[in-house]
Design a protein around this ligand. Structure first.
Ligand code: AMP
Length: 472
């Protein structure tokens, strides 16, 4: 337990960590916990899978348990805002695990289910509330949740919140928080809008950064299959019939695509479930639990639905569609090779996706090996100009027109990759000055006093939500 004991956490927390089997803090925990123990605000550039939840949960539990006060009626002492129901449930479960010996109270609030139980759980107030923004705001507007005595606020997966159209709701929630509080913001990437939000939200923040790409990417055996679009379903079935695929997570870019893939697999007598934002909470939970228990070997998911899903033992990640955001590729393949295990990631790449593949390879800084030993390999796609690792590939006759440098069909959120893409790097690879977001200005004078830290933000008029899809 030497790894965690240096953080000076309460013994019941250390015991719970030990019971969870953690011996060494992950890099984000190593960097973040000491600052959080000092009560500092934090800007964490980290994604799910890095141990981020414990990085904030442990010091929060410690702080709440050291200064025990009864939360007021309908009040929360700590609020964790996260984009999806799955993440909310997982974060709450982590608090339950790490805080099992502390007797702190918790509630979790998300959409897609009736509000009665959630309202009831908030009646006497709680120490720790984990919530998605839409439902939280609904309950606040009805007077069932009050946050004016909040002590700690965590905004989790801020960039994902932005993508999902939650930024307006978040600003509304923030406008109800007291100025005097500890604030943590986590984001996998730092698009301009998030840097701007952080500037108003955080007071003299410490910045920590850890991205798993280098380590995750190295541990995963990656392959790309160049195939015709019309062959993808047959290729998938071909792959899923192999016995080595003990638990496969298949990614599609759209919800409709996920349903179509499941339908096709079922026609081929391959059991599979889909999980995405249009599925009811019950259907998602059933699909996840069938997948976890091994009852179903194949789960087909969209990026947003899969974000944060913590299922161990995923042997294969299959990108039925290549993601149009390179960061999503890293998130996806990080679902396998968890907890030090090895995993395989297979990407099916058709002619329209070659340019996406090249961007991904630039970001992960390695070429993905091409698998040609299968019945569906298309040499034409593999050697098309965008498909060839060498830029000057000879043009071919009788085939498709040569590929443009970027895909001709604009991705759904075409601007996002440009705004959010950032080559993977670790804190140690870069000087601190460079890693600090330019727009987050440290204020002189340390973290204790926080004049106007949030007032500026609260006073800023909430902007109209962007025309983005909202899933809560
Ligand atoms: P997270 O990034 O919070 O979703 O965590 C990813 C996974 O890592 C979860 O399954 C955690 O239980 C696990 N985990 C977190 N911290 C540690 C640690 N220090 N040692 C081993 N596993 C950990």
């Amino acid at each position: 337990m030497t790894g965690f004991s240096s953080f000076d956490l309460l013994p019941p927390i250390l015991a719970a960590i030990e019971e969870a089997g953690y011996t060494t803090p992950t890099p984000i925990q190593e960097q973040a916990i000491p600052h959080l123990r000092e009560g500092r605000d934090l800007l964490g550039i980290a994604q799910t899978g890095t141990g981020k939840t414990a990085a904030f949960a442990l010091p929060i539990l410690d702080r709440l348990a050291r200064r025990r006060i009864r939360p007021g009626s309908r009040q929360a002492r700590a609020l964790i805002l996260t984009p999806t129901r799955e993440l909310a449930a997982q974060i709450d479960a982590s608090f339950a695990t790490y805080g099992q010996r502390l007797n702190l109270t918790r509630a979790v609030v998300y959409g897609g289910v009736g509000q009665y139980g959630q309202v009831k759980s908030m009646g006497r107030g709680v120490d720790i509330l984990t919530a998605t923004p839409g439902r939280l705001l609904d309950l606040m507007n009805q007077g069932f949740v009050k946050l004016d005595r909040l002590e700690i606020f965590v905004l989790d997966e801020a960039d994902r919140m932005l993508d999902m159209g939650f930024i307006h709701d978040i600003r509304m929630v923030i406008s109800h928080l007291p100025v005097e509080r500890q604030t943590l913001l986590f984001s996998a990437t730092m698009p301009k809008e998030i840097a701007h939000l952080a500037q108003g939200l955080l007071s003299d923040p410490e910045q920590v950064e850890t991205t798993p790409p280098a380590t995750t990417v190295e541990r995963v055996e990656q392959k790309v299959y160049f195939v015709e679009k019309g062959d993808k379903r047959a290729v998938l079935a071909h792959l899923l019939r192999q016995e080595s695929l003990t638990r496969a997570l298949v990614f599609t870019r759209t919800k409709h695509g996920a349903d179509k893939v499941v339908e096709d697999l079922q026609k081929r007598s391959i059991e599979a479930d889909a999980i995405h934002g249009n599925k009811s909470q019950g259907a998602r939970e059933r699909a996840l639990s069938r997948f976890r228990s091994g009852e179903s070997r194949v789960l087909v998911a969209t990026d947003i639905a899969a974000r944060g899903i913590d299922v161990s033992g995923i042997s294969h990640v299959i990108n039925f569609d290549l993601p149009n955001e390179p960061d999503n590729y890293v998130h996806r393949i990080g679902r396998t090779a968890r907890a030090g295990r090895e995993g395989v990631a297979i990407s099916l790449c058709d002619a329209t996706e070659v340019a996406f593949l090249r961007v991904i390879e630039r970001i992960i800084r390695i070429p993905i090996p091409v698998e040609t030993q299968h019945p569906y390999h298309s040499e034409l796609i593999a050697s098309s100009p965008a498909g060839s690792p060498q830029p000057a590939s000879p043009s071919r006759s009788g085939g498709r027109p040569s590929r443009p440098a970027r895909p001709s069909r604009p991705p759904r959120d075409a601007a996002a990759p440009e705004k959010t893409q950032r080559p993977p790097r670790t804190r140690s690879e870069q000087p601190k000055a460079e890693s600090a977001p330019r727009s987050v200005k440290p204020r002189p004078g340390g973290g204790a006093s926080r004049p106007g830290a949030t007032q500026g933000n609260a006073a800023r008029p909430a902007r109209a939500p962007m025309a983005r899809r909202r899933v809560d």
